[in-house]
Design a protein around this ligand. Structure first.
Ligand code: SF4
Length: 190
């Protein structure tokens, strides 16, 4: 098995889909390699593309604030995306791009072995939980068998960027983070 650093190196030179062509920097992911909680977003945005780091724009700042509600810091968790290069103009990643990039995320999950994965928003959720909508599934715990990864716990929540555009979602997001310590405790006890 490779290391997280090796995965990041591979992402740097990856040309398995066309997303690298218009991206400025790869955004492989960052955080605690032994994190119990792994956040997975859809793909890098403009600021992430500039800096090569996940969740560092406005949505990232909101994510840091929300983490504090759960008594967590960014260094406590691992943050990655479904696709590692920015889709042009923040368009949705296409299924072939998601499929091409999946082996990197799969390997990251294998290495980190998180107790719970938190998909951020509907696209990230759909990769793991292809049933229901994000509004129905957010804040609920799922246990699902994922090919090559075994049974994993998931706790999908709204993407912080969605709450920036639609403040009515903020309350649900805040509640999901306040409940996170209890959710983690429960899944770790199982
Ligand atoms: S998005 Fe993923 S699969 Fe596509 S070029 Fe970047 S690293 Fe490779």
């Amino acid at each position: 098995m490779q290391s997280l650093t090796q995965i990041a190196e591979q992402v740097k030179t990856c040309q398995k889909c066309d997303l690298y062509k218009q991206a400025k920097n790869p955004v492989p992911g960052e955080g605690n390699a032994q994190a119990k909680i792994m956040f997975i977003g859809e793909g890098p945005g403009a600021t992430e593309d500039e800096l090569g780091r996940p969740f560092v724009g406005n949505a990232g700042q909101l994510l840091s604030k929300l983490l504090a509600l759960a008594g967590l810091k960014r260094e406590d968790v691992y943050i990655a995306n479904v696709v590692k290069h920015r889709p042009p103009n923040n368009r949705d990643p296409q299924p072939d791009e998601v499929a091409a990039c999946w082996p990197y995320l799969e390997e990251q999950i294998k290495l980190i072995k998180p107790k719970i994965i938190i998909p951020l928003g509907r696209h990230a959720m759909a990769r793991f939980i292809p049933i229901g909508t994000i509004s129905r599934n957010q804040g609920r715990v799922f246990r699902r068998e994922i090919k090559n990864l075994g049974k994993l716990y998931f706790y999908p929540i709204y993407h912080p960027a969605a709450a920036l555009h639609q403040p009515s979602l903020y309350r649900d997001l805040e509640n999901a983070f306040r409940r996170l310590p209890a959710v983690l405790k429960k899944v770790m006890a199982n």
